[in-house]
Write a protein that binds this ligand. Structure first.
Ligand code: UD1
Ligand code: CA
Length: 455
């Protein structure tokens, strides 16, 4: 049967105490709703319809590029009312899979199982057994174990509150019949809302089969209503991601201290120490070693690269066997050939560095192109900004830059040149020459240091 997926996402999320609509709160670096949407897309339904309301423009803008249909629910009068708004856009011969914008950890596999249970004309309901069912709607079954009703926590008797089987909110319903059932909903309950859950008892009364599927892993269905649940969901997601990375071939020093907010591809025998954070799209080659507390975003590191502790690496491409850090900051537009070495407190921005070149201590290189086997001494700074414009520095092969050099761009330093320590270089340097640009040293003989007693 053809399938339409409806994602209910209009709620305000009062319990978040936030200016951001709940479904846009970040989980693993992207919005809660984007996770639901990705799972819905993977299922291959004919169309996806998002019911939005609170913070509407922000929500739509976030998903501008997705091919989804939007239904606006002006007032949030309950989940039943929300689904009703979407019905005019759904063909009557479709099955409708209902997902919640605030239940983001549900997997494709579990939804496929639910869809298998769904029979023509009937309802399939995804339930879960929780040791602590507090806050969720409870599933009532009759003596022959058939589902007969869902009671919301706020409307439940103390006996009903003892029931551990809960409604996940996710279900499959027939589009044709749901029109009639929704008309019968009333808001005569503790919250004064039109509960979608009430269609269960209505359908049962009509003799419609309601089949339950109990989810295997209850972690998948946690609803995010406040920041405590958001943090729980984040940890569950990170644990899942850590497992995927380990299966790909990386050893994690501690999967509990691994954070990925984006995508990470790893080769074989990669090692990732504690506290590393990966953002955007990152690729690590074979045997790459990432030290503790490194932050790496949108970068590709070749085989056998070593990133030591406390590095910040953003928008970088590095060839094989590069050694980076500790405490290096590599900024966007930086490209290293193989065997480049960057040591502590070195910042590199929009620069290319050739095979085997080194800058081991305390330097700033911006808009710079360095050839092969060049050595940049400690404390070297490219003065690339004149207050208005940025200028390039081009440094050849086998150049030796002495410590503490100021290289005032635009500047070209040819192959094999040597720069004396402490020089301020303002003019191009020809091949294989020595450039020294510092005031000569003077010696004052018999110099007496001032002292307090001689006053
Ligand atoms: C709902 C279920 C409850 C279930 C729980 C699972 C109902 C009445 N209750 O409760 O049985 O155990 O989810 O997480 O369905 N929404 C709208 N428009 C509205 C109201 C809600 O789009 O007018 C959306 C929300 O944005 C949210 C979802 O529907 O994504 C669920 O609404 P929420 O208010 O969080 O329901 P719960 O109280 O969690
Ligand atoms: Ca909820």
């Amino acid at each position: 049967m053809a399938l339409t997926t409806v994602i209910l996402a209009a709620g305000q999320g009062k319990r978040m105490n936030s200016d951001l609509p709940k479904v846009l709160q970040p989980l693993g670096g992207r919005s809660i709703l984007s996770h639901v949407l990705a799972t819905a897309s993977a299922l291959g339904s004919q169309s996806i319809n998002i019911v939005y309301g609170h913070g509407g423009d922000l929500v739509r803008k976030e998903f501008e590029s997705s091919t989804v249909d939007w239904t606006f629910q002006a007032e949030q009068l309950g989940t039943g009312h929300a689904l009703k708004q979407a019905l005019p856009n759904i063909s009557k011969d479709h099955q409708i899979l209902i997902l919640f914008g605030d239940v983001p950890l549900i997997t494709e596999g579990s939804l496929k199982k639910l869809l298998k249970v769904a029979i023509k004309g009937g309802i399939a309901l995804l339930t879960a057994e929780l040791s602590n069912p507090e806050g969720y709607g409870r599933v009532l079954r009759n003596d022959t174990n058939e589902i007969i009703e869902i009671v919301e926590e706020k409307d439940a008797t103390s006996d009903q509150k003892q029931i551990k089987e809960i409604n996940t909110g996710l279900m499959v319903v027939p589009a044709e019949a749901i029109h009639g059932w929704i008309k019968k909903l009333s808001a005569n309950n503790q919250q004064g809302e039109f509960y979608l859950t009430d269609i269960i008892s209505i359908a049962v009364a009509e003799g419609v089969p309601v089949l339950g599927e109990i989810i295997e892993n209850a972690e998948e269905i946690i609803g995010i209503n406040d920041r405590v649940q958001l943090a729980q969901a984040e940890r569950i997601l990170q644990r899942r991601q850590a497992q995927e990375v380990m299966i790909q071939g990386a050893t994690l020093a501690d999967p509990g201290r691994f954070d990925l907010r984006g995508s990470l591809k790893v080769g074989r025998d990669v090692f990732i120490d504690i506290g590393a954070v990966f953002l955007g799209d990152v690729e690590l080659g074979n045997r790459v070693c990432i030290g503790p507390n490194a932050i790496i975003s949108d970068s590709i590191l070749g085989d056998d690269c070593i990133v030591r502790e406390h590095c910040v690496i953003e928008g970088v491409k590095a060839g094989t066997e590069c050694k980076i850090g500790p405490y290096a900051r590599l900024r966007p537009g930086t490209e290293f050939d193989k065997q480049v070495k960057v040591g502590n407190f070195v910042e590199v921005k929009a620069s290319t560095v050739g095979v085997g070149s080194k800058m081991n201590h305390l330097s700033y290189l911006g808009d710079t192109h360095i050839g092969e086997n060049t050595n940049i001494g400690a404390g070297t700074i490219t003065c690339n900004y004149d207050g208005a414009l940025k200028h390039q520095t081009v440094i050849g092969n086998k150049v030796f830059v002495g410590s503490g050099a100021m290289l005032v761009a635009p500047l070209e330093i040819a192959d094999g040149a040597t720069i004396g320590a402490g020089s301020t270089i303002t003019k191009n340097i020809p091949e294989k020459t020595l450039a020294v640009a510092r005031s000569p040293q003077s010696i004052v003989k018999g110099w007496k240091r001032p002292s307090k007693s001689s006053r």
